[in-house]
Design a protein around this ligand. Structure first.
Ligand code: AMP
Length: 394
């Protein structure tokens, strides 16, 4: 009988999951993965095998009133049924914010859960949704260990200077500082580099997690030294619907002169800006790349411009650049975006190989390129599974 862990990544209306069998000393082996989405409206459950074949699918009409509890219960029943005689040993959660105190993965005891609840104001759009399933499962499956894996954790190695805003010291001491996110993704990339390209992993690398959320991480010898997201997941790059870095004076102007409420500004910054706001069309890069609307083209161009600008800043922090890694939905699948970014980084020593970029796997820079550019698909769920196994057995 093998043991297994379930990795959960819960958002406001969806829960992504991946079930892994533990096969030590090898890394956990994916058994199946999928998602429950449409939570709160018309929920849909889907599970696929590692090759992408649909194993199970179920949907409920709007108004069927499926609660979070019922949907999670159904997901656990599916996992246990899928495992047969193998046993679910624990559940690992992606938790967006660990604050100042939590950076290593940790068992979710009532005390830890209470401490993580106090961080909700730091990530009001993510943390409550990350924690909700923990509470539900603690009540329904009290004997099943649960582990928190933090998106901020990988950035714990940032130097104090990189964590500071130029605000009064007392605010920093109260937690108003830069934390960084997408840490599970960057940790996976750092591990993949160490395994496949150890010389590059030991050098100065910028990794670009370009999905609906987007950020960059500067890594030296596989450790985070700086990143573009800060106090919240709003800072830094332009994203699907988030604005990224913005003059804070704009926020004052919108509220003081244009009479916008705090809620309206929050909605603008998180849900109506970025690729969607600039294109006026979509937050989906596929739609923008397929469009001949000049506003769509401008949104894509601005996305690449901002990435190149922030990369240059991080190369300055690193004292040079040896490697650049593209990952996540856009990074792994959008050759025109990669080409636009690389074209702006020529002065840093990036030389793209167009044929390799079109193929989109492994090294996509020329042999002569001073900076080695790679495409590496990320796997945050695999990282959660590894951490959960180590925490359960630690
Ligand atoms: P993620 O948040 O990592 O799932 O990434 C979502 C983003 O990746 C969306 O903007 C998608 O349009 C984009 N994406 C996914 N597949 C492709 C593709 N084949 N070409 C361009 N963009 C893609």
């Amino acid at each position: 009988m093998a043991r297994a862990v379930l990795a959960l990544n819960a958002g406001s209306s969806s829960i992504k999951f991946a079930l892994f069998r533990l096969v030590p000393p090898a890394a956990p082996a994916l058994a199946c993965q999928g998602e429950v989405d449409g939570i709160g409206t018309a929920p849909r459950f889907r599970a696929r095998d590692p090759a992408g074949l649909v194993l199970a699918e179920q949907s409920w009409p709007a108004g069927a009133g499926r609660t979070h509890e019922q949907l999670l219960g159904g997901l656990l029943d599916f996992a246990e049924h899928h495992l047969g005689t193998d046993k679910l040993a624990g559940i690992g959660h992606r938790i967006v914010h660990g604050g100042q105190d939590f950076f290593r993965p940790v068992r979710l005891t009532p005390a830890v859960l209470a401490a993580l609840e106090t961080l909700v104001p730091l990530a009001p759009l993510h943390q409550p949704h990350n924690l909700a399933p923990v509470r539900v499962l603690a009540a329904s499956h009290p004997d099943l260990p649960q582990v928190a894996c933090f998106d901020t954790g990988f950035h714990h190695t940032m130097a104090p200077l990189a964590t500071r805003f130029a605000l009064p010291r007392a605010l920093h001491d109260q937690g108003v500082r830069r934390y960084g996110f997408h840490g599970l993704s960057y940790e996976f990339i750092a591990g993949a580099l160490r395994a496949r390209l150890p010389a590059l992993a030991a050098g100065r690398v910028v990794a670009a997690h370009l999905g609906n959320g987007a950020s960059l991480c500067a890594m030296a010898d596989g450790r985070s030294v700086d990143t573009t997201m800060g106090f919240t997941a709003l800072e830094g790059l332009m994203m699907g619907t988030r604005c990224g870095a913005i003059d804070p004076g704009v926020l004052l102007y919108l509220q003081q002169q244009r009479g916008m409420t705090v809620q309206a500004v929050e909605d603008l910054l998180y849900h109506r800006s970025g690729l969607l706001g600039v294109s006026g069309l979509s937050n989906d890069m596929r739609t923008l790349l397929a469009s001949d609307d000049p506003h769509a083209a401008e949104a894509v161009a601005l996305f690449a411009y901002r990435i190149a600008r922030e990369t240059a800043a991080l190369a300055g922090t690193l004292g040079g650049l040896d490697g650049f890694v593209f990952t996540a939905g856009i990074g792994a699948h959008a050759p025109p975006v990669r080409a636009a970014v690389c074209a702006r980084l020529g002065w840093l020593g990036v030389e793209l190989d167009p044929a390799a970029n079109a193929r989109g796997a492994g090294r996509i820079s020329t042999a002569a390129s001073r900076v080695a550019v790679h495409v590496i698909p990320t796997d945050e769920e695999a990282m959660i599974a590894r951490h959960t196994e180590a925490t359960l057995d630690g």
